[in-house]
Ligand binder design. Structure first.
Ligand code: ACO
Length: 460
């Protein structure tokens, strides 16, 4: 929505007016879409901390106040009352489902749980055992689309016509691919999904059932996993979602776009942080440190306190507060006295009273406690970021749809300020290697430069 306010930018003698856009919650942005055509200038904002790339109706975050809402509903309310699949519906379609809509959606997700038999060959020598699960996930999410060519046309109208099926299919198959990747990497027989299990329970079944021993998770373990997925379901324009939107803006299909999202999520500063938290806690534990020395190293810039800090939250990440309680509960159920949880608590206490962390607004983020829960459930470390990807799938799908449904949407194509070499000549190899002295001025030497010809053509 444009509001009455006008932003004035003065450059030299001239002042230019730009409209101000206001969001539902009162946040304001200067619409600079005509900046370059009016002034010849562009803006620069490395890391995009001050740049709104779009207007979106999916998720609202107030980082200063620690608020997160899916389609207007606070995360705490969703965590208390909803499930991952219902939350996925809300995020993708914008409204809470009716009973009938919920049943149809769940059935569609359930029906799509199996992989095409031809895809099973990927788990039979298609990847080395050492392959990272995120690499497998990204490849196979893109590959899934090949089995449904009518959903992957790269023709916007046709891709959107099959959106409901593609969305349910991806939500379901991301979980199957993840579980089968774990089984393959550990030399375990692949376990097929069951029709009578819910989303998270089916995942745990595919992960941990053995042909000779059915795995029945404690209800609270299933709930904790479902909660982790729900809390990760969307987080507006984070790195992976922005990647999905950027890929989508080129007209690419949903499968290709979410596959790119997985790659962006893999990085340790984004989704990879949950696994880094456990590695950090294990390292601290192994050295006999109670966290004190590590905090000092972090303050000297020699280490990062993984699971701390966030681009948006300048107070507690509300998801971390919910997961802190859930972590205690899960550890009680599995009767695990995890020394890592004690170190985590101590790190949090120390960081919360230290001016280095206070001055920089560094609070625990969602990854700080999700890692502890995943470890207690028995999830191997290299699957942590995969869990994040399963959780984030509804968000990626919803954002793809928002981009794809926009009439006359623009391709994302930022500009840059070039800081490389000014125009210069191409120097032939024999001059670069010193075979002919560089001060030897022959006609050949004089005529070797493409730069010169650019100048010449510019003058012509
Ligand atoms: N430990 C110690 N110091 C930190 C940390 C940290 N975890 N995070 C930031 N700082 C310091 C920086 O060194 C910097 O200090 P300086 O001002 O003295 O130079 C200051 O705090 C600001 O940090 P930036 O890196 O500029 O903050 P930015 O908003 O760009 O980065 C980020 C946010 C990437 C999340 C960062 O806090 C970080 O690396 N955290 C650890 C990794 C992590 O937990 N990532 C998960 C993020 S949540 C998610 O993706 C789900």
């Amino acid at each position: 929505m444009t509001n009455q306010e006008v932003a004035k930018i003065t450059l030299g003698e001239n002042t230019f007016d730009f409209p101000v856009v206001q969001g539902t919650e009162g946040e304001k942005a200067i619409d600079i879409s005509t900046l370059r055509s009016k002034t010849g200038y562009i803006t620069i904002d490395e890391g995009f901390a001050n740049t709104g790339a779009c207007q979106s109706a999916i998720t609202y975050i107030d980082g200063e106040k620690g608020k997160l809402r899916y389609r207007g509903i606070p995360i705490e309310v969703m965590a208390e009352n909803s499930t991952f699949i219902e939350t996925a519906y809300l995020i993708i379609y914008g409204e809470l489902p009716t009973r009938k809509e919920m049943s149809n959606f769940s059935q569609k997700v359930l029906r799509n749980a199996s992989l095409h038999e031809a895809m099973m060959h990927f788990f039979d020598g298609g990847f080395p055992f050492s392959a990272h699960p995120m690499a497998i996930l990204s490849s196979l999410l893109n590959s899934v689309g090949c089995y449904y060519p009518y959903m992957v046309t790269n023709q916007r109208e046709q891709d959107l016509e099959h959106f409901d099926d593609a969305a349910a299919l991806l939500l379901s198959k991301v979980r199957t691919i993840a579980a089968m990747t774990y089984r393959m990497k550990n030399g375990l027989p692949l376990i097929y999904p069951k029709r009578d299990l819910g989303y998270s329970q089916n995942f745990l079944h595919m992960m941990f059932t053995e042909p000779y021993h059915e795995y029945y998770p404690h209800d609270d373990i299933t709930k904790a996993l479902d909660l982790i997925l729900l809390l990760h379901a969307d987080h507006e324009q984070n790195c992976s979602t922005s990647t999905v939107r950027m890929v989508a803006s080129s007209g690419a299909n949903l499968f290709a776009s979410v596959s790119a999202g997985v790659c962006a999520l893999w990085g340790p500063l984004h989704g990879g942080a949950n696994m880094q938290v456990i590695q950090m806690l294990q390292e601290i534990h192994a050295t006999g440190d109670d966290g004190t020395k590590f905090i000092e190293r972090a303050k000297r810039g020699e280490a990062k306190l993984m699971g701390f800090g966030h681009r948006l939250y300048k107070t507690y990440d509300p998801r971390a507060i919910i997961l802190r309680g859930a972590a205690e509960k899960v550890l009680n159920i599995v009767k695990l006295k995890d020394p890592l949880l004690d170190i985590a608590r101590r790190l949090e206490e120390k960081a919360r009273s230290d001016s280095y962390f206070i001055d920089r607004n560094l609070y625990p983020n969602v990854d700080f406690y999700s890692g502890i829960i995943l470890k207690a459930i028995g999830m191997p470390l290299d699957m942590f970021t995969v869990m994040f990807a399963i959780g984030r799938m509804p968000g990626w799908i919803a954002h793809w749809r928002e981009v794809a449904s926009k009439p006359k949407g623009k391709i994302s194509r930022p500009r840059q300020v070039y800081i490389g070499s000014p125009l210069r000549d191409y120097v032939k190899m024999r001059y670069r290697e010193g075979e002919i002295s560089s001060d030897y001025e022959s006609d050949d030497h004089k005529s070797h430069g493409f730069g010169s010809s650019e100048n010449a053509s510019a003058k012509a």
